[in-house]
Design a protein around this ligand. Structure first.
Ligand code: SF4
Ligand code: SF4
Length: 387
């Protein structure tokens, strides 16, 4: 079967195995088929030698968290993210992998009113304790959200879909921080409601490309070239890869405008006032899509350091927390095992709380009892003297 993987990309793996310790599914199972090397070998067998799609093969591809921890660890520069995205899209297209539940659920993401309405209903269900526990839904889903309002047109603040419905306060905090540096902010709100990151993750390639095209069009009206600041690591990573996803010069130019909010702030720190740091010790959890895809995790430390008493590093080489888009919903067992390793690493350093720049990671960790906050919430609190 043609998995539509570029042959050079596929052949770039020399099967050395140096990526294995960086793979969360291999670490918790010890199963070679659930490692990057094993998955690449299976891709070759399927694409180059016509091997059948057995349950084992399907499971190997389906259980990949797509954290991409294997990419920076690979001395040969194998673009694993592209391999697994092509594989999943090809298998979904011929019905060898099911993405029907995701397609149904994600259909609402680009319809912000419906999403907000559904989220409010969900908030009721969660308060009444009627939601299945395995979904790991936050207990504090909001009933109401403060409206977005633009303060100027220096930068866009991308607000997205689920994060805007469930964690809009983080966007407000990020906006206040950017404004404190003297810049006017236009929240994208309903004009660009969904970047397509979750669709890409699920193998829904055509839907993802549709979301990308709509996002580019909405944020480029009249030749708009403003920077697009993103406070969700997963969305930022997806938008920075639009050039590859769509293969057009326009998409590549758009991707150049995308900047993670920690990256942006690290470059503008001198414009913020000096304030008393919050009297807390904060452990940093690097979202995989910030660390392994955007490779912008150093900026979190630069941006956050002046605003808290102490930053603490986790001793786990940035291993994934197991959230992985909707992965924790569809693979609760393996996702829970991966998270347990992260929680152990957190417990070892006993922080006051954990800073995470990705909504999926923070919700996944919070469901295990870890107190989390977005770096922008902490910086905003310090700037407002809420120590
Ligand atoms: S992906 Fe890279 S590190 Fe992993 S086995 Fe292949 S060449 Fe080695
Ligand atoms: S993307 Fe993550 S889970 Fe998938 S093979 Fe690479 S390291 Fe393992």
């Amino acid at each position: 079967m043609d998995l539509k993987i570029n042959a050079d990309d596929l052949n770039s793996c020399v099967q050395c195995g140096l990526c294995l310790p960086h793979c969360p599914t291999y670490r918790v199972t010890g199963d070679e088929a659930l490692s990057p090397r094993g998955r690449i070998r299976l891709m070759r067998e399927v694409q180059d030698h016509g091997a059948p799609i057995t349950n084992e093969v399907r499971d190997a591809f389906d259980t990949c968290v797509q954290c991409r921890g294997c990419e920076p660890a690979c001395p040969s520069g194998v673009p694993y993210g592209r391999l697994i995205e092509s594989t999943r899209e090809s298998l979904v297209a011929v019905g060898e992998l099911s993405a029907r539940p995701q397609r149904l659920a994600f259909g609402v993401l680009a319809r912000p009113r419906l999403l907000r309405f559904g989220s409010t209903l969900l908030a009721v269900v969660v308060r009444l304790r009627l939601a299945p526990k395995r979904l790991g839904l936050p207990r504090d889903l909001p009933f109401r959200r403060t409206k977005h309002s633009a303060s100027g047109d220096d930068v866009f603040l991308f607000t997205g879909c689920v994060m805007d419905a469930w964690q809009r306060d983080v966007h407000h905090a990020g906006q206040r921080v950017i404004e404190a540096a003297g810049f006017g902010v236009t929240p994208t709100a309903d004009i660009a409601p969904c970047c397509g990151a979750l669709h890409t993750h699920a193998g829904l390639g055509a839907d993802a490309r549709g979301r990308a095209e709509a996002t580019i069009a909405a944020l480029s009206i009249g030749g708009d070239r403003r920077p697009i600041v993103v406070d969700s690591a997963g969305c930022g990573a997806a938008m920075k890869e639009y050039g590859h996803l769509l293969g057009t010069a326009e998409a590549a130019a758009f991707a150049e405008r995308v900047v993670d909010i920690q990256e942006w702030l690290a470059d503008h720190l001198d414009r913020l006032p000096e304030v008393k740091p919050l009297d807390i010790c904060v452990a940093i959890q690097d979202p995989c899509h910030l660390r392994h895809v955007q490779r912008a995790h150093a900026a979190t430390r630069v941006a956050l350091a002046p605003f808290v008493h102490r930053l603490i590093e986790l001793d786990d080489d940035g291993l994934c927390c197991g959230a992985g888009g909707a992965y924790s919903v569809f693979h609760p067992e393996i996702s829970g095992d991966v998270r347990a390793r992260k929680v152990d690493a957190i417990d070892q350093v006993s922080p006051d709380l954990v800073a995470s720049a990705n909504p999926g990671c923070s919700m996944h960790l919070a469901a295990a009892g870890v107190e989390t906050a977005h770096p922008m919430e902490l910086i905003d609190r310090a700037l407002r003297g809420e120590g």
